[in-house]
Design a protein around this ligand. Structure first.
Ligand code: NAI
Ligand code: MG
Length: 485
């Protein structure tokens, strides 16, 4: 009980992860056909550290002609080498990439935190190990496709164009590249413009692994670079993770072409707490679901539904927990909430917080010392939220949570499903039958029970409705990269 009344947080001495062991070049070219090549335009852009706005490196801006070179290299590698290689040989390369990445896990984690603003705790314990595990996992499938798809003829597609976002830069690269290679495709991948560095480090590892030239090409740039991949006539498949707005543009662009697509888009996921749930664990699950990683998670539990009779208690405990969250330097191991990825994203989040206030919802933010330089946002909750409020409908992609209450199971199912999105959901209850009832009725691709944001390479991930289509991860993740007959 004593702890319940203690709203003061402990002061920890800073515990900074060192940066002396990382190697970053001043300038990164494009990785095409196994070589580092200068962008045709001669243009580079800065990749900054959102925690202090310092420039980390200059990165090449690929244009249409560069993308064309990359696609040609991928096609040549596909025709001459990769599609002809024995699957067990392909597996060896994928394993090798996984092992090399694992050996340099610390370097990857630090660079990810520097470039993306995410906490070192997360990049070290989640992003990097999971990225390695995706390569290990899919390496295992490479020579077992006939068992993955029994009694079917399995063929690769050809060249896969892959466009990824900034919230899990290295992990999204792994999600995309590993299954593509395991199924015998070659790759042209574009990281997000604010977080290119770990993809470029991955290119260095790919080079070191001896993977045949052109099998993986990494082109950096902005939306125009992504569009050049999407619209290239010789790309067979587009794999995209990012905003629903760009997902729709891509879908229009490839309509009527031979291109296959998987799209993993936004979310507004419901986290549902019943009165028989273990409250303290649920509160920790709420915090993990929306505040860690700055809410930069497509499946973030951004809409909380609490059963009415426990709402006061849950909100009180949640506020106490928020009071103890550390916002600040992502490289400090004590930090719970790092930097928002970019100035633009911080502006978007602040715009939504203002909208919430204007809509009449009640806001709570703990007092926290926010660094003067860099992009930061305090954890924020809104109560007194109506189902029709903008903050309850639109994806905010920041540490902002809306809280609503419910009385019955049917009511919460209706409210949770009342969203254009359907990526994930969380259900907290002691009752197994209730979990099964909800998992069949909630329109979401992933549903966690008594936990949140748990990932594993063996388990498929993807959405319903405007959250996209196709699945990544697991056996299902192979399907997007093969033709079956
Ligand atoms: P975005 O969708 O613009 O960016 C994602 C990737 O697509 C980046 O690599 C970008 O360069 C590329 N891209 C942009 N325009 C393109 C085009 N026309 N054709 C091909 N590729 C293109 O996302 P942005 O602007 O960084 O974030 C905006 C919002 O999107 C966020 O506030 C958030 O709500 C959502 N988002 C969702 C993510 C998810 O994991 N589902 C990840 C990142 C953002
Ligand atoms: Mg950056």
């Amino acid at each position: 009980m004593a702890i319940e009344n203690n709203t003061e947080s402990w002061d920890y001495a800073p515990s900074l992860e060192g940066t002396s062991h990382i190697q970053l070049k001043k300038k990164y070219d494009l990785f095409i056909d196994g070589k580092w090549v200068k962008p045709k335009s001669g243009k580079y852009f800065a990749s900054i550290n959102p925690a202090n706005e310092e420039v980390l490196a200059e990165v090449a801006h690929a244009n249409k002609a560069d993308v064309d070179l990359a696609v040609k290299a991928a096609r040549k590698a596909y025709n001459n080498v990769w599609s002809k290689m024995a699957p067990s040989e392909r597996a060896k390369y994928i394993y090798r990439i996984a092992r090399l990445m694992q050996e340099r896990a610390r370097e990857f984690a630090v660079i990810e935190s520097l470039d993306a603003g995410k906490t070192i705790r997360e990049s070290r314990d989640i992003d990097v190990p999971l990225a390695c595990n995706h390569f290990f996992y899919y390496a295992g499938w490479a020579d077992k496709l006939e068992y993955a798809f029994p009694n079917r003829k399995v063929e690769s597609l050809g060249v896969a164009g892959q466009i990824i976002p900034w919230n899990f830069p290295l992990l999204m690269a792994a999600w995309k590249i590993a299954p593509a290679l395991a199924t015998g495709n070659t790759v042209v991948l574009k990281p997000a413009e604010t977080t290119s560095l770990t993809a470029l480090k991955l290119a260095e590892i790919i080079e070191e692994s001896g993977l045949p030239a052109g099998v993986v090409n990494i082109v950096t740039g902005f939306g125009d670079t992504g569009a050049a991949i999407v619209n290239h006539h010789d790309v067979n498949k587009i794999a995209f993770t990012g905003s629903t707005a760009v997902g729709k543009i891509i879908q229009k662009a490839i309509a009527g072409t031979h291109k296959k697509a998987t799209l993993e888009l936004g979310g507004k996921s419901a986290n549902i707490i019943f009165d028989d749930a273990p409250i303290d664990q649920a509160v920790e699950g709420i915090v993990n679901g929306i505040f860690f990683n700055q809410g930069h998670v497509c499946c973030a539990g951004s809409r909380l539904f609490v059963q009415e009779n426990i709402a006061d208690k849950v909100i009180r405990k949640l506020k106490q927990r928020m009071d103890s969250l550390y916002v600040g330097n992502p490289l400090d191991k004590n930090t719970d909430i790092g930097a928002i990825n970019s100035k633009e994203q911080l502006e978007t989040i602040n715009k939504y917080i203002q909208i919430g206030k204007n809509e009449g919802a009640e806001m709570y933010q703990p007092k926290c010392d926010i660094p003067k330089k860099g992009f930061y946002c305090a954890p924020t909750i809104f109560t007194n939220v109506a189902q029709s409020n903008v903050i309850a409908q639109e994806e905010i992609f920041g540490p902002v949570l809306t809280i609503q209450t419910f009385r019955t199971v049917d009511e919460v199912i209706q409210k949770a499903n009342n969203s254009p999105y359907g990526l994930a959901a969380g259900v907290w209850t002691d009752k197994g039958s209730r979990i099964f009832n909800l998992t069949t009725k909630l329109r979401a691709g992933v549903i966690w029970a008594n936990t949140y944001n748990k990932f594993d390479p063996t388990s498929p991930f993807g959405g319903y409705k405007e959250s996209g289509f196709g699945r990544e991860g697991g056996l299902h993740g192979l399907s997007g990269y093969v033709k079956l007959s």
